[in-house]
Design a protein. Structure first.
Length: 191
């Protein structure tokens, strides 16, 4: 169930949406991931990224449909269905369990291609690390917890007037932007 929280100040530019999962279950999963050194994620929408869609993205880039790319596409579709985020190294280690011949560079290049094509998002954290996830095609930004690394997708954006002011003051023609927000989630503030 998707709930909307009132957006601060910029209510006309979008709302903050957080997917509500069984609170106890999500708390246990976050605690387990935190103990294991993994990052937790809150999904705002279910992502129906399929193996075929990923393979089509590779083909659109002119890449052949090779066995390693099919293996990568299949695993990424599974991660998207589960709402999981990952690092490229974690993905590679995970894939090595089923295909010991899969090269690290192949996985890293495939992820970079999918980020460039907008199939995957790169989520930056306050400590400089980043992870990847399938978020869907709509323009959005991410809010991450500096303690537990929970990720919340935010569909609010800077006002067009603010972006125009940046263009005027810098003499740039903006082609895009990324807004990264960091803070402590409610659970981490109460600990």
């Amino acid at each position: 169930m998707c709930t909307s929280l009132p957006a601060p100040a910029c209510a006309d530019h979008g709302t903050l949406r957080v997917l509500s999962i069984s609170h106890a279950r999500s708390q246990r999963a976050r605690a387990r991931k935190h103990r294991e050194g993994r990052w937790s994620t809150v999904r705002s929408t279910s992502t129906s990224l399929t193996t075929q869609a990923i393979e089509s993205a590779f083909a659109a880039r002119g890449l052949r449909n090779t066995r390693p790319r099919r293996v990568i596409a299949h695993r990424l579709a599974e991660l998207a269905a589960q709402g999981e985020d990952f690092s490229t190294d974690e993905l590679w280690q995970d894939l090595l369990e089923s295909d010991t011949q899969l090269g690290r560079a192949t996985v890293f290049r495939a992820v970079e291609v999918l980020v460039e094509l907008g199939v995957l998002d790169r989520v930056s954290f306050a400590d400089g690390r980043h992870r990847f996830r399938a978020c869907g095609g709509a323009h959005h930004h991410h809010l991450t917890c500096t303690k537990c690394h929970r990720v919340v997708e935010i569909d609010m954006c800077l006002a067009p007037e603010s972006l125009s002011a940046v263009e005027r003051s810098t003499h740039f023609a903006l082609e895009g932007h990324r807004l990264e927000l960091f803070g402590r989630c409610a659970d981490c503030r109460t600990e």
